[in-house]
Ligand binder design. Structure first.
Ligand code: ADP
Length: 318
């Protein structure tokens, strides 16, 4: 019995020792698992931090991409604009050459006749000197417009206001237009107040505005028609209406006639010479005087261009 008990006790002791060993091993494994869990947590935190950083970089990249595509769009627009300007410049060069060649050919022809006739009869002399003179005027008007355009493009229109008599300016312009008008049997009429019309402005620039308007009125008039220049004055402003009985301007083209290089169907259909610059330059000059320019036109009835100028000249720069 005692032996049996002893054997049992020994067996229990061995079991206890085995359990203790197992418990110790398990404890070690649990500690290891805990350490691994802590390491995993740290790793997870690290990963989510990395995810946040990645998300931010992603947002930064998206912003950068949007920014870059904005820059690409604006560069594409700029390149298109440069190409358009380049094409306009080439067209201008072609127009300038063509527009100068026509009056120069007439001058050359008139001078050849005068040189060939020795001495020319008074009639021939006066007729061909007249033709040469008119065409010199035309060349000067064209060059004046090109120079003004160059100044406008350079941002220095350079209006030099001084006291002037607008009626005198208009009479000068009409006198110079009489030749080209007579060639097309167009009559020019001036309706202005009797006395002088004092105004502050740049006489050469205003001359160029009214030359452009009269040049158009004459060249678009049918043979034998009348062009009227009517002047109205108030103590504050002067308004000049230049009216022709030409083909009129199509309503859809009227808002565009003051654009640079715009040439409408009345000009292109009838092959009327021109550069599409006169009205643009006139508008810039009138506005530099603090004035306004506009047009009213009816197809088949004619056009009236109206210029209103403040009598005190351009407002001083603020
Ligand atoms: P250009 O006469 O050299 O073509 P402008 O700038 O003076 O250039 O005029 C621009 C356009 O406006 C003309 O091509 C023409 O289509 C239109 N226009 C101007 N004046 C008249 C007018 N008096 N009658 C009809 N159309 C006109």
């Amino acid at each position: 019995m005692t032996d049996t008990l002893q054997t049992l006790v020994q067996a229990f002791d061995r079991m206890a020792a085995t359990y203790e060993l197992m418990a110790r091993r398990l404890g070690g494994q649990i500690e290891q698992l805990e350490a691994e869990r802590t390491a995993l947590r740290a790793h997870l935190a690290d990963l989510s931090q990395q995810q946040i950083t990645l998300l931010r970089s992603n947002q930064d990249l998206a912003r950068l991409t949007a920014d870059l595509s904005g820059q690409v769009t604006s560069l594409t627009h700029r390149a298109e604009e440069i190409r358009r300007q380049d094409q306009l410049k080439s067209e201008l060069l072609a127009t300038v050459s063509h527009e100068l060649r026509t009056p120069l050919t007439s001058i050359k022809g008139a001078l050849s006749v005068l040189l060939a006739e020795d001495p020319p009869s008074p009639e021939v002399r006066s007729e061909f000197l007249g033709i040469a003179h008119q065409n010199v005027e035309r060349v000067m008007r064209l060059i004046g417009n090109f120079l003004n355009l160059a100044r406008i493009e350079a941002g220095e229109i350079g209006v030099v206001p001084r006291p002037l008599d607008l009626v005198e300016v208009l009479r000068g312009v009409l006198a110079r237009m009489r030749g080209p008008a007579a060639e097309r049997r167009v009559s020019l009429e001036l309706e202005a107040p009797a006395g002088p019309l004092p105004l502050t402005g740049d006489p050469e620039m205003l001359e160029s505005v009214f030359s452009n308007l009269l040049d158009n009125a004459v060249k678009f008039s049918p043979e034998g028609a009348l062009v009227t220049v009517r002047v109205e004055a108030t103590p504050q402003a002067v308004t000049v209406h230049v009216r022709d009985r030409g083909p009129g301007i199509p309503p859809e083209e009227a808002p565009r006639v003051f654009e640079r290089f715009f040439r409408g169907t009345p000009a292109t259909n009838r092959r009327v010479p021109g550069t599409g610059l006169g009205l643009h330059i006139s508008k810039v000059i009138v506005e530099a005087h603090g004035g306004r320019i506009g047009v009213e036109s009816r197809i088949g009835e004619g056009s009236t261009f109206t210029v209103t100028l403040p009598r005190g000249g351009p407002a001083p720069a603020p």
